[in-house]
Design a protein around this ligand. Structure first.
Ligand code: ADP
Ligand code: MG
Length: 628
């Protein structure tokens, strides 16, 4: 049969293009909000239902579209923003490809209501799957509202790629945050499933914006940054080290006004924090990076968050320097609370709000979702944690080959020689060998030197302790025997939309592990109970936020609900182990006893070794008493 070549019809072409332009609800919202910004809006409301799949609406008070132009706006490659290619080079608007409206209309049921200032009445235009359904005159406020329903309803192949509504909602929430942070001069309101998530005032004050989006705790612990060097101007806020995070999700960079994720920028920022943050901790930062347009390209890909620098080496060095200088010149102790005055300036009366809510505990708004991390890998993080960490750990990995299989770390090329898993050699960590342990002493307040038979053991007391606690906690969890310790007064924590999402999604796991958490106003929760093992061990607020941060990272190995449980439990245990404490021989002895009972005592829940074993053979060899 000879092949026939078809010319695709306009609807099909738009449906194909739609996949590239909108891809998912957050993509559609981004296009619509950018249109609103281009239209000069000072107030923009974003509303979604079911993660935007069921419904997404963007309302603005911008210039509107004239009745005669409405149909045209939905044609492919229809734009008011450029006429010829030369206009591209003097362009200040955000989008110019003229594809957004046609793409969205091709794959959903769109309703637009718009009116310009001059017009007496507005227009209501309905277009479904690219086909006009109605066009009528209506009374309307100045500006434009676009509603898109049932995204991808007519392109099942695309629909399949959508994630669960909760995940899509999280993407839209992240996007809304970034847009609002990037435009403090515009009042943004974000509503998801009929719940107000945040509302910024449009006053132009970035700090106030951070307060309204990320909440009081974070706003109380940020420092302004403002520095200039070699054409690069850096402004924004740095989180004090006390509000560090377990992931990079709160490193927000805006390069010439556009939100980007960039590995080099993150590395430069973290380098600036080096003296202040522990390993695996990441700063909170909102940074506007301004560069002359010829030194940076933020349009590498219109729908991606990539950026390309003319001289990335210089940018990186400058950024690190300004960050480090800002931090070194500041008082690092977190302010416990914003003072009353600034609270009032921000229009929030917390004392009053809390007083009312303390006595009426609102029901948790959202239904519990049992789904787990199916989409974790989808989160917009263009670089993998692993490859990024590699460089950091290079030094260590040259010293020790980190085993991940549950075997002990053996400082010998003859692994089999000392490997208890191999069978021939009796297991060193065993009840049988236990009486032969000689605890020789503590090293650097951290390690214990132990001899047993022909082996030398170095025990990391923290890792070991953590492992033992973790196993205990998991055992109780599986046997439904976790115990909560009530804390009074409860700890009130304000959450970002993404954190809220994580908490809602994993509410049952938290509960089962012994957390008692209640909704406390629109953006806060009250922690009333914590797992008993944690009591008195750590700052509840900090570690609770760390758990949520950790959960929103894209590093979970699979869709396994067990992984989530373990992740939470291991974080919780980490918080319960005190750093750099002296231990008595009795305590270590009891710790060793408990380790004997574990299936894998050789690694802490994070995969770090608890124990290093050196054989007599290895030692003899080093002293050249034996030759191979
Ligand atoms: P582009 O933004 O690339 O021009 P779009 O498909 O996003 O293409 O929009 C097409 C045209 O519709 C825009 O050029 C603009 O003239 C008009 N338009 C879209 N959204 C709005 C809005 N919210 N307010 C005013 N005009 C709008
Ligand atoms: Mg556009």
């Amino acid at each position: 049969m000879p092949k026939t070549i078809h010319e695709l019809d306009a609807v099909t072409i738009d449906q194909i293009a739609a996949g590239e332009v909108v891809e998912r609800p957050a993509g559609a919202v981004k296009e619509l909000v950018e249109n609103a910004i281009d239209a000069g809006a000072t107030m923009i409301t974003i509303e979604i239902e079911d993660g935007g799949i069921g419904m997404l609406r963007v309302t603005d008070n911008g210039e509107g579209i004239e009745a005669s132009q409405v149909r045209k706006a939905f044609l492919r490659h229809a734009t008011s923003k450029i006429e010829t290619i030369s206009d591209l080079f003097s362009l200040h608007s955000l989008g110019f490809r003229g594809e957004a409206l046609s793409s969205i209309a091709a794959v959903s049921r769109v309703e637009m209501i718009t009116r310009t200032k001059e017009a007496l009445t507005g227009v209501r235009y309905c277009i479904e799957g690219g086909r006009e359904m109605s066009f009528e005159e209506v009374g309307a406020p100045e500006g434009t509202t676009i509603v898109a329903r049932n995204l991808f309803y007519n392109t099942p192949a695309r629909e399949k790629f959508l994630k669960k509504p909760q995940t899509e909602a999280m993407h839209v929430a992240d996007l809304a945050e970034h847009l609002a942070i990037a435009h403090p001069e515009i009042s943004f309101r974000f509503i998801s499933n009929h719940t107000d998530r945040f509302h910024t005032s449009g006053s132009g004050d970035l700090k106030e914006n951070i307060y309204r989006i990320f909440g009081r705790d974070i706003a109380a612990s940020i420092l302004p940054i403002d520095g200039e060097e070699g054409g690069l101007h850096l402004t924004g806020y740095l989180g004090k080290p006390a509000i560090n995070r377990a992931s990079r999700s709160h490193e927000l960079f805006f390069v010439n006004g556009r939100f980007v994720r960039d590995r080099m920028l993150s590395a430069a920022l973290e380098e600036g924090y080096r003296a202040y943050l522990m390993q695996h901790k990441f700063p909170f930062a909102v940074l506007n990076v301004s560069l002359p347009p010829d030194q940076v390209d933020v349009n590498v890909h219109p729908t991606k968050m990539e950026v390309r620098f003319g001289n990335s080496f210089a940018v990186s060095g400058t950024l690190t320097r300004i960050v480090a200088d800002t931090l070194s010149g500041s008082e690092m102790i977190p302010d416990a609370l914003l003072d009353e005055k600034s609270d009032r300036e921000l229009g929030y009366d917390y004392a009053e709000r809390n007083a009312v809510q303390r006595f009426s505990v609102p029901a948790v708004a959202e239904p519990f979702e049992t789904g787990l991390f199916q989409e974790a890998n989808e989160r917009a993080d263009p670089y993998t944690e692993a490859s990024f960490e590699e460089t950091k750990h290079k030094d260590q990995s040259q010293l020790l080959a980190f085993g991940l299989s549950g075997k002990p770390i053996v400082m010998s090329d003859h692994a089999a020689d000392t490997d208890p898993q191999e069978g021939e050699i009796p297991r060193i960590l065993s009840d049988a060998a236990r009486p032969e342990y000689r605890i020789l002493g503590q090293l650097f307040d951290t390690y214990w030197v132990i001899a047993c038979r022909d082996k030398l053991l170095l025990l990391d007391q923290h890792a070991a302790h953590e492992k033992v606690n973790y196993e205990k906690m998991m055992k109780r969890y599986h046997e439904h025997e976790t115990i909560s310790q009530m804390i009074d007064p409860p700890v009130i924590v304000s959450l970002t939309p993404a954190e809220e999402e994580m908490l809602t999604r994993h509410a049952a796991v938290f509960r089962k592990l012994g957390f008692e958490i209640e909704a406390f106003g629109a953006r806060s929760v009250a922690i009333r109970g914590i797992p008993l093992d944690l009591y008195g061990a750590a700052d509840e607020r900090t570690f609770f936020l760390e758990i949520l941060d950790e959960l929103s990272e894209n590093t979970l190995p699979d869709r396994d609900p067990v992984a989530v449980t373990q992740r939470i439990a291991s974080m919780a245990c980490k918080a319960s182990v005190k750093g750099n404490t002296r231990m008595t021989i009795e305590e270590v002895s009891s710790l060793l006893d408990q380790m004997m009972t574990l299936e894998n005592p050789y690694h802490c829940p994070h995969g770090r070794p608890t124990l290093i074993i050196m054989s007599r053979y290895e030692i003899d060899k080093r002293f050249k008493r034996v030759v191979d």
